[in-house]
Design a binder for this molecule. Structure first.
Ligand code: HEM
Length: 328
């Protein structure tokens, strides 16, 4: 018969195992609740500032969400998009990043966190938490954000230019860009749904309206009525006007993006390209009504977690920046 001492030991081991399984660290060393002991109020502090920000400036939610994506696709999610450079040679000065906004909000959050838990929370983790809060603020899904990322030392304008996917990417380029970062074809379809919120500058798609193949033609894959509407908003050389990517509901995170794409009204060639692969096409077509909302919301959280794992620095790699715009 087991003695009470042995039994107690067994029960304690079981409790420990259950605890570990509940908050598993993934292969890269990230986990939900990484700051549980070192900065337990981190998510609360971030949310206070994002709530306050989005209540006065709701249009900052979409670019802040996009910032996490642009961080992760260049050198991994390690905060390189935030770094300044005296000669304007860091990632944020690359053309695709010039339309990012909200850097000052990340700085504000970092300042607040440094007061409460100095030297603990990375800028890369702040981006991941803010991305989730931005989606929630626009009535989208919530998910548990894995943390434990550390910040990188390098940020290079050319790397950003080559690694961020251009709006004219075709399905082959999109799939290969995602695959090279460990993301699936499903992640591609799901994360493209991020275009349910926010705006685009005209120049990201005017080639589809005025000069698709260099002969003054239009993109045959774009709905012709939609082309006429877009032409009214964007002159051929317009680089300043903003257009809603999901007209009518660009301030709400919903499934409507997939309806648009299915109707050949996705704004970018990269959106339209989702119809060119059987798997992404099937995902689009099965999410064209509100009935697909719950499944898209669940998938989006999963894919954002997957994206947040790209190329992370953990353990003793990298550093925890004191200020997000510069290395220590
Ligand atoms: C799949 C390849 C993708 C391409 C080619 C692409 C391209 C673009 C472009 C060209 C813009 C317009 C920028 C502007 O002119 O201001 C944009 C906006 C945006 N993208 Fe993407 N994107 C992609 C994937 C993603 C992903 C994965 C996310 C997030 C999960 C995302 C989130 C956003 C958001 C929220 C905006 C609106 C930003 C704002 O309102 O300022 N995109 N994207």
């Amino acid at each position: 018969m087991a003695t009470p001492k042995v039994l107690l030991c067994f029960v304690l081991q079981l409790i420990f195992l259950l605890f570990v399984l509940h908050h598993p660290a993934n292969a890269q060393g990230l986990k939900v609740g990484f700051y549980e002991n070192t900065c337990p109020r981190v998510e609360h502090i971030v949310k206070e500032i994002t709530d306050q920000t989005f209540s006065v400036a709701p249009t900052l939610a979409s670019p802040l969400m996009r910032m996490h994506f642009h961080d992760c696709f260049v050198r991994g999610c390690e905060g390189s998009v935030l770094l300044n450079s005296p000669t304007n040679q860091s990632e944020k000065f690359a053309i695709p990043n010039l339309s990012l906004r909200g850097f000052q909000i990340i700085d504000k959050i970092k300042t607040a966190l440094e007061k409460k838990c100095p030297g603990v929370v990375s800028c890369a983790d702040i981006l991941a938490i803010v991305a989730r809060d931005a989606v929630v603020a626009l009535q989208g899904p919530s998910w548990e954000v894995e943390t434990g990322r550390r910040d990188g030392h390098v940020s290079n304008i050319t790397e950003a230019l080559f690694n961020l996917i251009p709006p004219f990417a075709n399905i082959t380029a999109l799939k290969s860009s995602f695959a090279s970062r460990g993301l699936s074809v499903k992640d591609l379809a799901v994360l493209s749904g991020g275009h349910t919120i926010g705006n685009s500058h005209c120049n990201a798609f005017t080639n589809r309206l005025y000069n698709f193949t260099g002969k003054g033609d239009t993109d045959p894959t774009l709905d012709s009525e939609y082309i006429a509407k877009l032409k009214k908003k964007c002159a051929p050389t317009d680089i300043t006007t903003l257009v809603e990517m999901d007209p009518g509901s660009f301030k709400t995170f919903d499934v409507h993006y997939f309806t648009l794409v299915s109707k050949r009204r996705g704004l970018f060639q990269s959106d339209a390209a989702l119809l060119d692969d059987s798997e992404t096409r099937a995902y689009v077509l099965s999410h064209t009504t509100d009935a697909g909302r719950a499944s898209f919301f669940k998938d989006f959280g999963v894919s954002m977690v997957n994206m947040g794992r790209i190329g992370v620095l953990t353990g003793s790699a990298g550093e925890i920046r004191k200020v997000c715009t510069k290395v220590n």
